[in-house]
Ligand binder design. Structure first.
Ligand SMILES: [Ca+2]
Ligand SMILES: [Ca+2]
Ligand SMILES: [Ca+2]
Length: 300
């Protein structure tokens, strides 16, 4: 537990000359001994260029850090380490009782990093919610994979790719995706239609990106609430991944994807694109999907 220091300091700082491959696991940062009381610091965990190969959290059930209530970002990478950083299985903006306890700034603020891994399956997924700023901000650097996480209810955009020098809010998709910036400001997916038949979800995806890409991955997420603030959606619960997709010579990606989802409530779906270089896009707008009327008796 780290929470009794000065409010202006970082909980954990990995600076310019740290041990390669450092692992930061199982800490409570910004919380008192009961895991609920707020003991805010400045930034929860701050990594500099010396944080070569640092792993924050992990894929084991007890590896994740709980980072809440802090006055800055939950996790911040200020300069790109030579060996990529991994951020796995952390709870950022929720306390030890899983109640909202947002950090004032972003959940994860990547000012510059390359080839970072943010999230994975099962215990490796980060929960990033209720922070005052952006959920995950990637201002500069490329190949930063954001996968399998739960990102919702943050004050700013849930996932923002910046213009190389600052966060810039929701980006419209540009023709052939020639713009640059954090994660190349990769164009985001558009879900043209999403329909449900029983537990089977069918999504017609259609958007433009660079020409002749291969090895594209689409991740689909279910969210209980989504109001498309800023025009882009949320990614609350990872459901399904479609891999090995391609774009045409005109830069069009338009697969029809089906997957099972036994969620019993009316819901919203969204998607994330990750390219073969590990760049992950901003989140697609959500599409509302009602339960349908398959089992509804209309008094007939
Ligand atoms: Ca942006
Ligand atoms: Ca681009
Ligand atoms: Ca773009």
């Amino acid at each position: 537990m780290i929470g009794s220091g000065l409010a202006t300091s970082s909980g954990i700082e990995v600076g310019s000359s740290s041990t390669p491959g450092l692992r930061i696991v199982g800490n409570w940062i910004g919380l008192g001994a009961n895991g609920v009381a707020a003991r805010p610091l400045g930034t929860g965990i701050r990594l500099g260029a010396g944080a070569v190969g640092t792993v924050i959290g992990g894929t084991g059930s007890a590896d994740g850090n709980i980072i809440a209530n802090n006055l800055g970002a939950g996790i911040e990478i200020t300069a790109a380490p030579a060996t990529p950083v991994q951020i796995l299985g952390n709870r950022i903006g929720l306390n030890a009782s899983a109640q909202p306890a947002g950090n004032v700034g972003a959940g994860i603020n990547v000012l510059n990093a390359n080839q970072s891994v943010i999230g994975s399956t099962a215990w490796g997924a980060n929960r990033i919610a209720h922070n005052g700023g952006i959920g995950v901000s990637i201002v500069a650097g490329t190949g930063n994979r954001v996968s399998g996480n739960s990102i919702h209810s943050n004050g700013g955009l849930e996932l923002d790719l910046g213009n190389g020098s600052a966060a810039d809010g929701a980006n419209a998709n540009d023709n052939l995706d020639v713009d640059s910036g954090g994660n190349t400001r990769l164009n985001h997916p558009i879900l043209a239609t999403v329909t449900r038949a029983g537990n089977q979800i069918s999504a017609a995806v259609s958007f433009g990106t660079s020409a002749n890409l291969s090895g594209l991955t689409l991740e689909f997420y279910r969210s209980s609430r989504c109001d498309n603030v800023g025009g882009l959606g949320v990614a609350q619960t990872f459901v399904f991944s479609a891999v090995g997709l391609t774009s045409t010579a005109a830069g069009v990606v338009a697969p029809n994807v089906s997957f099972a989802d036994a969620n019993p409530a009316p819901t919203f779906y969204s998607a994330l694109l990750t390219d073969a270089s590990g760049n992950t896009s901003e989140i697609s707008p959500c599409v509302a999907v009602p339960l349908g009327l398959l089992f509804f008796d209309g008094f007939d």
